[in-house]
Design a protein around this ligand. Structure first.
Ligand code: NDP
Length: 256
C-alpha cells in the first residue's frame, strides 16, 4: 500500500457526464491525485476542451461518446477503457438530468427520462464494470445522488425519486459486492453552480437568493467542492466505508 492514503497513481477512473459541471470538477480531482481518467458524455462538442483541461494534470485522459442509458453504448465505453488502460478501478456515476414540473402536470415521458438517466443508467454502468473490478480484486463505485435523495421536491418528483433510488442502489451494490472488495458509496451534493442549476435559476429567479439564505456557508457550491469527496471515496482512505452517503452541501440540509 502506498504511504499516501489518497494517492491514485496507476488507477483508472471512468466519470460519466465528465465533460463539464460536477463531473469535470471530480475528474480534475481524480487526475490530480494520480488517476488516468476516462470521461464520457453523449455530446462530443465539449470533449476536446475538457480533455485538454484534464491533461494539464499530466495524466492520460480518454474522452468518449457514450449514452449511459443504452447498454450497448455502455459496453463499448467499458471495452474502450479496457483496450486503452487494461483496467477499471473507479466508476463515478455522475451523468444526470433534471426535468421540472409539478407532479399533476408531469408527463410520463419526462418522469421516465429522468429515472432512466439518473437511476437506471448507474445500474447499467455498475453492472458493466463489475467483471473487471471483480477479477482485479478491488473497485470503487461512486454514485452522485443529491440532497434531494432525502428531501422532497414538489417541482421535481422524478428527480427526487431518481436520487432516492440511486441512494438505495448504492447500498444494495455495497451489500452485494463488499465480498469482492468493491466499495459503493454515494455523494449528495447540495446546490452547485453548473449548467443544470443555471437553467433552474433562469426559470426561477428567486432561487439564487433562497439557496444562499438557507446555506450556512452563504455561497453556492462549485464543481471543485466535489473533488475532495470523490478522491476520498476513490482511494484507499475509504476502504472500510461501504454504502455510505456523503453530503457536500455547505450545510444546506442541516438547517431546520
Ligand atoms: P450538468 O448538466 O452540468 O452535467 C450533466 C452531464 O451529464 C452533462 O455533461 C451531460 O452531457 C451528461 N449526460 C446527461 N445525460 C447523459 C446520458 N444519457 N449519457 C451520458 N451523459 C449524459 O449537471 P451537473 O454537473 O450539475 O450534475 C452532475 C450530477 O450531479 C448529476 O447527476 C446531478 O443530478 C447531480 N447533482 C447536481 C447538483 C447541482 O446543484 N448542480 C446538485 C445535486 C446533484 P450530455 O448532455 O452532453 O450527454
Amino acid at each position: 500500500m502506498t504511504s499516501n492514503l489518497f494517492d491514485l497513481t496507476g488507477r483508472v477512473a471512468i466519470v460519466t457526464g465528465g465533460y463539464g459541471g460536477i463531473g469535470l470538477g471530480m475528474a480534475r480531482g481524480l487526475a490530480e491525485a494520480g488517476a488516468a481518467v476516462v470521461i464520457a458524455d453523449r455530446n462530443s462538442a465539449n470533449s476536446a476542451q475538457a480533455k485538454a483541461e484534464l491533461e494539464k494534470s499530466g495524466r492520460p485522459v480518454l474522452a468518449l461518446a457514450a449514452d449511459v442509458t443504452d447498454k450497448t453504448s455502455v459496453t463499448k465505453m467499458v471495452s474502450a477503457t479496457l483496450a486503452q488502460f487494461s483496467r477499471i478501478d473507479i466508476l463515478v456515476n455522475n451523468a444526470g438530468i433534471s426535468i421540472a414540473a409539478p407532479p399533476e402536470e408531469m408527463t410520463l415521458a419526462d418522469w421516465q427520462k429522468v429515472i432512466d438517466v439518473n437511476m437506471t443508467a448507474p445500474f447499467i454502468c455498475a453492472q458493466a464494470v463489475y467483471p473487471a473490478m471483480k477479477s482485479a480484486g478491488a473497485g470503487k463505485i461512486i454514485n452522485i445522488a443529491s440532497v434531494l435523495a432525502t428531501l422532497g421536491a414538489g417541482g421535481a418528483a422524478n428527480y427526487a425519486a431518481s436520487k432516492g433510488g440511486i441512494l438505495q442502489l448504492t447500498r444494495s451494490l455495497a451489500a452485494a459486492w463488499a465480498i469482492d472488495n468493491i466499495q459503493s458509496n454515494a455523494i449528495l451534493p447540495g446546490w452547485i453552480d453548473t449548467e443544470l442549476t443555471q437553467r433552474a435559476r433562469e426559470r426561477r429567479p428567486e432561487l439564487h437568493d433562497r439557496i444562499l439564505s438557507r446555506t450556512p456557508a452563504n455561497r453556492w457550491g462549485t464543481p471543485r467542492d466535489l473533488a475532495g469527496a470523490a478522491v476520498f471515496l476513490a482511494s484507499a482512505a475509504s476502504d472500510f466505508i461501504n454504502g455510505a452517503a456523503l453530503t457536500v452541501d455547505g450545510g444546506f440540509s442541516i438547517q431546520g
